[in-house]
Design a protein around this ligand. Structure first.
Ligand code: NAD
Ligand code: DAU
Length: 348
């Protein structure tokens, strides 16, 4: 049995990665370490509760004793590190918590993995999941490649860039076997409903305003979350040590155009007249330091490891809208409590 530690597995992307690995690899035992912050939810993994090759551990990646014990108790051979504070708007309000989890937490994992594996790095892998936001912001031309210089512009992306640098430093300095991927915006089921797509689906359904930052002209490159999980699987198994791979959807949308597609899709599902919810669009104050455009050139991953997105955007959007509309209880559960305080600070 091969033990793989996945951090942040109760979150949006992490839950899809945990499910894919538990179901695809019965010879792996997946240890899911997650602190269950506002963004982590065990309801995301209800279907795996009785799987024999899956164990959930509630805990903080910054907790040195806990992580050390995990490495002593299980012969962990791989780490897939997704745990993070992940929302740009929250990082503007509270940068410290981003440095704590994203930088200090990553450093803690690196140090413990290095110390546990140092006698034999053979067959071990520390896979760090990162974001395209570390590259900064693009104008209308060009794409982020693996050679693009880092130029993070928000507290979130600065903390992720810092964690990427530490991961590379551990490879360069100690020979830790690592790989990094930097992905564009994900969409799909189980995303905490303060990010654009799930927030807007719920607001359209409930006839609430849709707060479009600035003029809605910012561009994002959207990838279906299950395609991201498949890319992580490919990179974990076939990626070259020390390398970076960019992951993207080849699917750029201006926010306002994407929002119009969302409105049309939700209205159609609810049997409303076309255009019925257009009036909900409300232009609000722009996000501070709002990056204009992200777009990934994922050709290295495609050419070297054979991965490309499989789901068409229209299809992915329909599946996503349908999931949120059919899972009202999930939305209600995750949007209660602590989350409300942030929501009020951000939008009221
Ligand atoms: P998320 O916010 O939905 O989930 C983060 C998870 O990490 C949660 O389950 C949370 O409980 C857990 N967590 C937070 N702090 C922790 C700590 N100190 N110890 C243990 N667990 C902790 O995030 P997501 O959108 O699923 O993103 C996952 C990873 O992918 C992050 O590293 C993020 O930077 C990266 N990423 C996200 C996107 C995207 O579009 N969402 C795109 C590219 C990269
Ligand atoms: O590019 C990858 C990144 O994508 C990930 O690293 C982050 O973890 C993830 O949160 C996402 O970051 P964004 O800031 O792009 O995602 P968000 O859903 O917050 O916003 C998408 C776009 O929509 C962005 O241009 C801001 C805008 N927006 C967002 C919200 C929540 C609005 O106009 N109104 C809103 O209410």
């Amino acid at each position: 049995m091969k033990y793989i530690l996945i951090t942040g597995g109760a979150g949006f992307i992490g839950s899809h990665v945990v499910r894919l690995f538990v179901k695809s690899y019965p010879n792996y035992h997946i240890l899911n370490l997650d602190a269950l912050t506002y963004a982590g939810n065990l309801e995301n993994l209800k279907d795996l509760e009785n799987q024999p090759n899956y164990t959930f551990i509630k805990g903080d990646i910054c907790d040195e004793a806990l992580v050390t014990n995990l490495f002593s108790n299980y012969s962990i051979e791989g780490v897939i590190h997704l745990a993070a504070e992940s929302h740009v708007d929250r990082s503007i309000l509270d940068p410290h918590s981003f440095v704590k989890t994203n930088v200090i937490g990553t450093l803690n994992l690196l140090e413990i993995a290095k110390n546990s594996w140092k006698d034999n790095f053979e067959g071990k892998l520390f896979y760090h999941i990162s974001t395209d936001e570390v590259y900064g912001s693009l104008s209308d031309e060009s794409f982020f490649t693996e050679e693009t210089s880092y130029n993070p512009k928000s507290p979130y992306s600065a903390s992720k860039a810092s964690s990427d640098h530490f991961v590379r430093a551990y490879h360069n300095t100690y020979g830790l076997p690592i790989v990094i991927s930097n992905c564009s915006n994900n969409y799909g089921s189980h995303q905490f409903p303060e990010k654009l797509i799930p927030l807007f689906i719920n607001n359209i359904k409930n006839n609430k305003e849709l707060p479009v930052y600035g003029e809605g002209n910012n561009v994002r490159d959207w990838l279906y979350v299950e395609d991201h999980a498949k890319a992580i699987d490919v990179i974990f198994h076939k990626g070259k040590l020390g390398e970076t791979y960019n992951i993207g959807g080849f699917n750029e949308w201006k926010n306002i155009d994407l929002i119009k597609v969302l409105i049309k899709t939700v209205d159609a599902f609810l049997g409303r007249e076309e255009g019925a919810s257009d009036k909900l669009i409300t232009y609000v104050k722009d996000r501070a330091g709002h990056d204009y455009r992200y777009a990934i050139d994922a050709s290295k991953l495609k050419n070297e490891l054979g991965w490309e997105p499989s789901l068409q955007f229209e299809e992915g959007m329909k599946k996503t809208v349908q999931w949120y509309l059919e899972n009202e209880e999930w939305v209600a559960n995750v949007t209660s409590g602590e989350y409300q305080k942030y929501y009020e600070q951000m939008y009221e």
